[in-house]
Design a protein around this ligand. Structure first.
Ligand SMILES: NC(=O)c1ccc[n+]([C@@H]2O[C@H](COP(=O)([O-])OP(=O)(O)OC[C@H]3O[C@@H](n4cnc5c(N)ncnc54)[C@H](O)[C@@H]3O)[C@@H](O)[C@H]2O)c1
Length: 323
């Protein structure tokens, strides 16, 4: 195979997992994608792998796509993406599935620590901020190597909406959502810029309704789930984008979930979405952003809410995960 790295996806029979695996297989920096699923889903992921192989041949891409239900196949992975989890229907909150998902994440994190002890874990399963905390504790990995997709997708959704409103190319939009990947997400409006100019200085800002935009981002996932049953392409590309940033050691600043230890207004012992500098070893550092008083207040509320949920979920797990 090429000189790229091995990436594994746990939960690859699911919609986000298979879309992410497909998107990862296309990345030139990835030499092997392992599709991992439970024994009962092995036939399905074998079919997915064959189908993906045909697509790669059409694009002249040489990549190994390995379907497996054997966790020993995690060995040598640079990154392990976890998308396994109980499904969330449009009437369920992300917290409704927190406790059952925490058991799944704890179990898989231990297996990752056993078979791929040098890897970076990228958690997708919701509620992603709480699940990242569970993966951090259960794996015993340093915090730099346990990351959640956090607000990356929220921030991409926001970029899209701002691009549409101002009718300016999406690559010119610099904006960020931090906090919880959920109801307590915080739009950093004060530092949002378009082509280097603060968004508030644009004439179209007069008709820019911040509350409506935030609501649209908050409900974007449920809206898609309602229409087509699941989100796939958005999360898949947000995942492959994050993986590529790590493998290429790009040092980009993405808004991902990480364990906080007082870097932002002394918020600690909780995993939340914040801007992080990302490189080959995972999170290099948390970027402390300048916020208005209101933004900071909202961020602290998000921290409080996620911490409370995390404590509830951790209390439901075995003793050895809580250490
Ligand atoms: N963080 C984000 O931005 C983001 C975006 C989209 C989806 N998600 C989350 O990703 C997860 C996957 O979503 P999906 O649409 O692919 O769901 P899905 O139901 O299509 O797939 C879930 C996968 O988990 C597996 N699974 C279910 N129960 C399991 C168990 N008890 N043990 C082991 N594996 C089990 C299934 O077999 C399947 O492979 C969900 O938690 C969803 O909320 C997060």
């Amino acid at each position: 195979m090429g000189c790229g790295m091995k990436v594994s996806v746990i939960g690859a029979s699911g919609r986000v997992g298979k879309a992410a695996a497909f998107s990862l297989a296309e990345e030139s920096v990835v030499s092997e994608v392992v599709l991992l699923a439970r024994e009962k889903s092995l036939g399905r992921i074998q079919g997915e792998a064959l189908d993906m192989n045909d697509a790669m041949a059409a694009k002249d891409i040489r990549v190994a796509i390995t379907p497996s239900s054997n966790f020993e196949d995690l060995a040598g992975s640079k990154i392990v993406v976890i998308t396994a989890g109980a499904p969330r229907t449009s009437d369920m909150t992300r917290m409704d599935v927190a406790k059952p998902n925490a058991k799944i994440i704890a179990e898989y994190s231990r297996l990752i620590a056993k078979y791929a002890p040098e890897s970076i874990i990228l958690v997708i399963t919701n509620p992603v901020d709480v699940m990242t905390y569970v993966a951090y504790k259960a794996s015993g990995f340093p915090r730099s190597r346990v990351i959640g997709l956090g607000n990356h997708l929220d921030s991409l959704r926001l970029k899209n909406l701002i691009s549409k409103h101002f009718n300016i190319h999406v690559s010119e939009i610099h904006t960020r959502i931090i906090g919880e990947h959920g109801d307590h997400m915080v739009l950093l409006l004060s530092s949002t810029s378009i082509g280097g100019i603060l968004v508030k200085d644009f004439p179209q800002y007069q008709s820019f309704n911040v509350e409506t935009i935030v609501d649209k981002v908050k409900n974007a996932g449920s809206y898609v789930i309602n229409k087509k049953g699941a989100t796939e392409y958005g999360p898949a590309f947000a995942i492959s984008n994050t993986v590529k940033t790590i493998i290429n050691d790009e040092k980009r600043i993405l808004t991902l979930t990480t364990f906080l230890d007082g870097e932002i207004d002394e918020v600690s012992d909780v995993c939340l979405g914040v801007p992080v500098k990302l490189g080959i070893n995972g999170v290099e550092r948390v970027i402390s952003v300048k916020m208005t008083d209101n933004e900071l207040e909202d961020f602290k509320t998000a921290a409080k809410v996620v911490k409370k949920s995390t404590e509830e979920v951790m209390a439901s797990l075995d003793e050895d995960v809580k250490d």
